[in-house]
Design a protein around this ligand. Sequence first.
Ligand SMILES: Nc1ncnc2c1ncn2[C@@H]1O[C@H](COP(=O)(O)OP(=O)(O)OP(=O)(O)O)[C@@H](O)[C@H]1O
Ligand SMILES: O=C(O)C(=O)C[C@H](O)[C@H](O)CO
Length: 323
Amino acid sequence: MSEVMTIGEPMVNLIADSPETFMEARTLPRQMAGAEFNVAIGVQRQGHSVSYVTTLGNDWQGDLIVDYMNGIGFDTTGIRRMDGAATGYQLKVRSSDGEPKVIYFRAGSAASQTTPDIVDDLSFDGLKVLHVTGIFSALTDKTYETVERLIDTAKQHGALVTFDPNPRPTLWDSEQSMIEATNKLAAKADVFMPGLSEGRLFSGLEDPRAIADYYMDMGVSKVIIKLGAEGSVLFERDADGNRLETVVPSFVVEVVDTVGAGDGFAAGVITGLLEGLDDERLLERANAVGAIQVTSVSDSEGLPTTQELADFIASTPRQEVSL
Ligand SMILES: Nc1ncnc2c1ncn2[C@@H]1O[C@H](COP(=O)(O)OP(=O)(O)OP(=O)(O)O)[C@@H](O)[C@H]1O
Ligand SMILES: O=C(O)C(=O)C[C@H](O)[C@H](O)CO
């Protein structure tokens, strides 16, 4: 079976062909989106097998997504199809500041109607890493329960759990419920990887070291904090309980579109864990995939193969980073 499993809401992504406004755009080339989908692509490009779990509508978007995933070799046996609900999609328009505008069409989508019993049909044999995010968990109470059941089951089968909070405040009832629910999932994860501002929001603490302690006290083994263009830092504890930290700079690149940097980063962390990289190399790889991701307008098409990643790491200058 696959080394990595994830659950999410994959969407068709229509990207306006002209910068700045949907009004100017004459055509909207079709791609795929979805944070967990981007991570899955990044993992697969590094030569690791992926199982993708979700619910899709019986519509052309669902067919397109399943065909695409089958075509690139994902295990799609964990995908359910349903009548009466559509597969979500999104519109995206570029912006000169690198922060594109995205409009979602996903309310009541098939993915949002996933129920926890989807977990009972899955095979966990040989699974090494389960990757989950705060996006799929935010869709409904049922998707939240599904993520909880998936985490518990994957852990019972000896898999590591990586968790990217990916806050989407509009998908939650309130900021407080987002914070509480996200922290409850974080406590179940082995690896928690917020951006610094996300870590501050979820813990209520300012200092990266205090944020790391907050989550390690809950039982998280590795807290990896993303520092944007500067790079990232990994915290863990030694056998005596002392906090260890590894800070690694990212790479100097030209930013085209910042969306999906965190997803590329997560793919780097997951594949680094699978390959037993030490903390320094793990963050170097994660930073590299995140940096490559911001140079592409697509949410996933720019993600590197093993060779592209090695060439990038060998030839790209580093940023300055400090904590
Ligand atoms: N402009 C950049 N230059 C170099 N590396 C970058 C840049 N932006 C991001 N990265 C790399 O990607 C990682 C993740 O980016 P970021 O901190 O923006 O994540 P995020 O907040 O989860 O993003 P998002 O949720 O938008 O995907 C960073 O820690 C860094 O290693
Ligand atoms: O918000 C979502 O559900 C997405 O997954 C859409 C984007 O592809 C994602 O935000 C990239 O991180």
